[in-house]
Ligand binder design. Structure first.
Ligand SMILES: [Zn+2]
Length: 320
């Protein structure tokens, strides 16, 4: 059996793009298409499945987001003026539809993984981890990860989801919206919140109520490189070892690589290779390969290419 990897591909994925000079623009995904996907397409014709972006159902979006907030985004999208938050996430004409494509694409990959049409998936424009149920934040309008986790627990009825976030920024939207949910295991390795947006993600936060012990934050100081990350990842693996997830989601932000314009971490793309390879192996041992990778942040375009190349190479090559 050929083990297929689905990748979101289509011009709809380029619509999620804030007006210049905002750092989160569609040329990020264009670079991925040209310099990563473009390099694999011929050689891996058997294994690569290009998946067209689509909208989610309204009910699916509302599994996570509040209806009032969805209506608010729709209105701001029609006018295209002002900000959706306090100054990081501008509204633009069509931002509602663009955000729907991000969420729908992540869900479409999940459905294809569940039907076994593909075994792993990658959505380069997904991973919008700062958005909350009721608000935008940090370049994130709708939280495709939040919708995905809500779908996997609420509709598919999976018992345990593992979410790993290696973006340089703490994934506060996902972390706090599932803080009290013991079925959501979270590992988040990021630049110390005292030195970087969103200012959260401390060691003592391990989950609330019956979920105590299901979350692990590992903040790293500015300047941390591969050595510090590898040490953190060893700790993460011993933590993950205690659980048996039914589905694994990796937010593979590339903004921890050195010379990102927004952060102070100094990883190399080796970090993406190590993490993808560990989770890939784990997914095949624990949950029939059900692993979904989402692009997340990354504002140095060359770093995006280096990091996501490692991710996709690993998914394509180490599969059964
Ligand atoms: Zn980030």
């Amino acid at each position: 059996m050929v083990c297929r990897v689905g990748v979101i591909y289509g011009e709809e994925a380029l619509l999620y793009s804030f007006p210049p000079p905002h750092p989160f623009r569609s040329d990020r995904v264009e670079r991925f298409y040209r310099d990563v996907l473009g390099k694999f397409i011929e050689e891996y014709r058997e294994k690569l499945v290009l998946v067209k972006p689509e909208f989610p159902l309204e009910d699916e979006l509302l599994l996570y987001h509040d209806r009032d907030y969805v209506e608010y985004v729709k209105k701001k999208s029609e006018s295209g003026y002002g900000y959706l938050d306090y100054g990081d996430t501008p509204a633009f004409k069509g931002c509602y539809e663009a955000s729907l494509y991000v969420v729908g694409s992540t869900l479409k990959l999940i459905k294809k993984i569940l039907s076994k049409e593909i075994i792993h998936g990658f959505n380069p424009v997904g991973g919008l981890h700062h958005a909350r149920r009721d608000g935008a934040a940090g370049f994130c309008i709708f939280n495709d990860i939040g919708v995905a986790i809500s779908y996997l627990l609420g509709v598919v009825k999976f018992k345990q989801i593992l979410y790993v976030d290696i973006d340089a920024h703490h994934g506060d939207g996902v972390f706090y919206d599932f803080y009290y949910d013991k079925n959501v295991i979270i590992v988040d390795i990021h630049q110390d919140g005292r030195t970087l947006y969103p200012g959260t993600g401390f060691r003592h936060e391990t989950g609330g109520g019956e979920a105590v012990g299901t979350k692990l934050n590992i903040p790293l100081p500015p300047g941390a490189g591969d050595g510090e990350f590898i040490e953190a990842w060893d700790e993460a693996l011993s933590f993950i070892d205690k659980f048996s997830p039914d589905f694994i989601i990796l937010q593979a932000g590339a903004d921890g690589l050195k010379e990102d314009p927004l952060t102070g971490l100094r990883y190399s793309e080796k970090v993406h290779e190590i993490v993808t390879s560990s989770l890939h192996k784990l997914s095949e041992e624990e949950c029939e390969g059900r692993l979904l990778v989402l692009g997340g942040g990354g504002y140095n375009r060359d770093n995006i290419v280096k990091a996501w190349f490692k991710v996709l190479y690993n998914l394509l090559n180490l599969s059964r």
